[in-house]
Structures are given as structure tokens and as C-alpha cells.
Write a protein that binds this ligand. Structure first.
Ligand code: S3P
Length: 175
């Protein structure tokens, strides 16, 4: 463990589309934790979808909002599962917010999951950084080591078995 987890939060990090929100919801069902999502928090303070924030204000502005969100999470959340946007792991205080769980999968498995989802088109459309898949692969390759570096716990979710992921996360948290 990188830091004492006083607030008892669990932060899910990992690449776009890996299933952070799905695993967060499954964790809520299995425990008495509540959950929030950093993309949802950012959208609600701006009253704008992420896609529109990227388009109208640019990625840097979005990253500033993520920073504000990270500081708020550190100060205000406890006993909470926090699912995050794929770039949120870069926040300087990430390890102060709670225990960081990296949901790990291959780029190919992530794409396959997104393509097989019932609302597949929407899942691609809402993510500006998935517009160009060659670029997305470059971002993936660059981030893999960085995700590992900030993680307290690494959970492989390549098989899309969310129940197994929940079991493994809770086992690892109890340590
Ligand atoms: C991003 C991931 C997105 C969202 C934004 C940027 C990223 O969240 O925060 O489009 O930099 O990886 P998801 O990981 O939920 O797709």
C-alpha cells in the first residue's frame, strides 16, 4: 500500500472503456460503499458533456476540472468507490484520496468489449480520445506503465467477469 487509506475510499483507474463504472456499480451491490464517478462530477459542475467540454474548451481545461475534482475528493469523500476518467490517474494527490485499484486489460480486449456493447456506437462517440484508434493505442501504450506506478492494487479484468473482479478487489483490499 502506498499510503494509509484513512478515508477508506477505493479509486478505480484504468484505460477508457475498461469497465471502471461497471465494476464500481458491482462493488456497490456487494458492499455498503457508495460510488461516484469523476467524469459525472465534472459534467455536473459544468452542466456539459465531456465531449462538448473537449470541443468547446479543450483538453487542458478538462484536465483543470479533473484537478479540482481530485482536490474535492481528497477533502470530502470517505467510504466511497470512485470511478475515474482514464486520465485522472495523473492527479498529483491520487494516492491521498484512497486506495488506488488499477483495472488492467489489453487494448484489444477493451476494444472488443466496446464493440460488443449494446450501446457500442454511443460508447465510442462520447469519448473524444477514441476517435482515432491509432492515436488511442499510442496513449494506451504510454499509460500502461504509469497506471502501474500509481496503483496500490492491480486487477486483471480482461475476461469481463465483474463478479470475479469484485471478489479479487475486496480480497486484495483486506490484504
Ligand atoms: C479520458 C477518459 C474518459 C474521459 C475523457 C478523457 C482519458 O473517461 O475522462 O474522455 O484521458 O482517458 P473514461 O475512461 O470513462 O472513458
Amino acid at each position: 500500500m502506498k499510503k494509509e487509506n484513512k478515508q477508506n475510499n477505493i479509486i478505480l483507474i484504468g484505460f477508457m472503456g475498461v469497465g471502471k463504472g461497471t465494476v464500481a456499480r458491482a462493488l456497490v451491490k456487494a458492499t455498503d460503499y457508495f460510488a461516484v464517478d469523476t467524469d459525472d462530477l465534472v459534467e455536473s459542475i459544468e452542466n456539459k458533456k465531456i465531449k462538448k467540454i473537449f470541443k468547446e474548451n479543450g483538453e487542458l481545461y478538462f484536465r483543470e476540472l479533473e484537478k479540482k475534482c481530485a482536490l474535492w475528493c481528497e477533502k470530502n469523500l470517505k467510504n466511497t468507490i470512485i470511478s475515474t476518467g482514464g486520465g485522472f490517474y495523473r492527479q498529483e494527490n491520487i494516492n491521498k484520496i484512497g486506495k488506488v485499484v488499477y483495472l488492467q486489460s489489453t487494448f484489444e480486449a477493451i476494444l472488443e468489449g466496446l464493440r460488443n456493447a449494446p450501446n457500442s456506437k454511443q460508447k465510442f462517440k462520447k469519448r473524444p480520445l477514441l476517435n482515432d484508434l491509432d492515436e488511442a493505442k499510442k496513449i494506451y501504450d504510454q499509460r500502461v506503465k504509469e497506471y502501474e506506478k500509481v496503483a496500490d492494487i492491480i486487477i486483471n479484468v480482461e475476461d469481463w467477469d465483474e463478479k470475479k473482479a469484485v471478489k479479487n478487489i475486496l480480497k486484495a483490499i483486506k490484504g
